[in-house]
Design a protein around this ligand. Structure first.
Ligand SMILES: [Zn+2]
Length: 415
């Protein structure tokens, strides 16, 4: 099939959508269930209807644009992403996937193409989780992994709970039980997304064929030493929790570097108490974010840092508590889902490279119930979650063309 998507329309729509959620501090802060978010969503629903889709919004705020198949009882071939973002983030993260999927359907109806399976565009609510510090909320609700209590428990910086924010936007937290989807409903799901890293740009490719998503483990370590006077306490009498934590942080870098080629480890958050200049830190909390696509290397890094924490704290006579707070296992996409993207790129004459995603996505949640695949487009300078986030519009058009060819393959064109 040599039908082409309309890259110019896609660009215009990305720019039109970027009118919503601009931040005076720079970039975009389009938080879920805010007025700006709701207006962006309404515009997308209008475009979905114009493309011939039947639009449904669930009580959580997830949006589904459905295009009937020749046999509408068959499982759905879906594509989508999110339109919420982080504080002062970019205008491409998530938006490219939603508008790319919309462009695919718009091209299909414009060209009167019929597919055997029904098609769907999904806008997942609250993926980045910037407002309530709780990621991939909409996707997890679709799987029944969110409880009504959670919606009261998690609050934004102004003390507004998820449930309150939902109600103010016309969503209904009390109908959460209606959100869960039937896993049999879907044949597969594809997500087009910006890479948010350097690889595609440095290797000179416009399209990445994603093989899987890194697993991630968050481990919280609490170190209790002794708070003492910084002037009056000789070095040999100290139990400085921050010095121990510093050794541990340096070790995290070494362990991640030595564990495997793709292992990454970060301490991005640390809490030092009491946190005054003339007091020896008596208590430190820090969280390790360790990721890898390879489960063995991930486990190796997790165990190594745990062991190192014990050794250092024993040596320094510091009390240690270690707790695993988050765990997502690595996801390897099914071979036929990856091959379909490869073939779709070849058909379109677009060179592509295989790649794994270090960042998490809605796709990793849907992978629990259906076959999942992803397509990446390059991020200039590897930058993302910042105002400078940029992807060349030609690359976005190429990625969308690959998504289009892939979707038609999976949904089977009927002539
Ligand atoms: Zn995203």
């Amino acid at each position: 099939m040599s039908v082409k998507i309309n890259g110019e329309r896609l660009k215009e729509r990305l720019i039109a959508l970027s009118e919503f959620g601009k931040d005076i501090d720079g970039g975009w802060s389009r938080f879920t269930w805010t007025d700006e978010y709701n207006r962006a969503k309404e515009l997308l629903k209008q475009w979905m209807e114009e493309a011939g889709m039947t639009v449904r919004e669930d009580p959580m705020g997830n949006v589904f644009g459905h295009l009937a198949g020749v046999d509408d009882s068959l499982p759905v071939v879906a594509a989508g992403s999110h339109i919420d973002g982080v504080k002062c983030g970019g205008m491409f993260d998530g938006n490219v996937g939603v508008l790319g999927a919309l462009e695919v359907i718009t091209t299909i109806t414009e060209n009167k193409i019929k597919t055997r399976n029904p098609l769907e565009v999904i806008i997942f609510v609250e993926e980045d989780g910037a407002r309530f510090n709780w990621r991939i909320l909409g996707g997890r609700a679709l799987l029944g992994e969110v409880t009504r209590e959670d919606l009261d428990k998690y609050k934004d910086k102004d003390g507004i709970s998820i449930a309150q924010a939902m109600k103010a936007s016309g969503s209904d937290p009390d109908k959460l039980n209606e959100v869960k989807i039937d896993p049999k409903k879907y044949k597969c799901y594809y997500e087009l997304h910006i890479e948010q890293s350097h690889l595609l740009e440095s290797e000179g490719f416009s399209v990445g064929v994603v093989e899987g998503i890194f697993g991630s483990v968050w481990i919280k370590a609490t170190l209790k030493g002794r708070t003492d006077h910084a002037g009056a306490t000789p070095m040999k009498f100290r139990k400085d929790a921050l010095v121990a934590a510093s050794e541990i942080n340096v070790a995290m870098e070494r362990i991640a570097t030595e564990s495997g080629e793709t292992t990454v480890g970060t301490v991005g958050w640390i809490n030092v108490q009491p946190g005054t200049i003339n007091t020896i830190p008596g208590k430190v909390e820090l969280v390790f974010d360790i990721r890898d696509i390879d489960e063995n290397n991930l486990e190796k890094a997790v165990n190594s840092i745990r062991e190192f924490c014990s050794e250092v704290c024993k040596k320094r006579n510091i009390e240690l508590q270690v707790e695993e707070v988050v765990r997502f296992d690595p996801i390897h996409f099914p071979k036929h889902m990856i091959d379909a993207v490869d073939e779709a790129a070849k058909e379109a004459g677009i060179a592509s490279m295989r790649i794994a995603s270090g960042a998490g996505h809605d796709a990793q949640i849907l992978a629990k119930i259906t076959d999942v695949g992803m397509i990446f487009t390059p991020s200039k300078g590897g930058l993302s979650h910042c105002p400078e986030e940029y992807t060349d519009y030609e690359d976005i058009a190429k990625g969308t063309q690959v998504l289009f060819n892939t979707i038609l393959k999976m949904a089977e064109v009927v002539r």
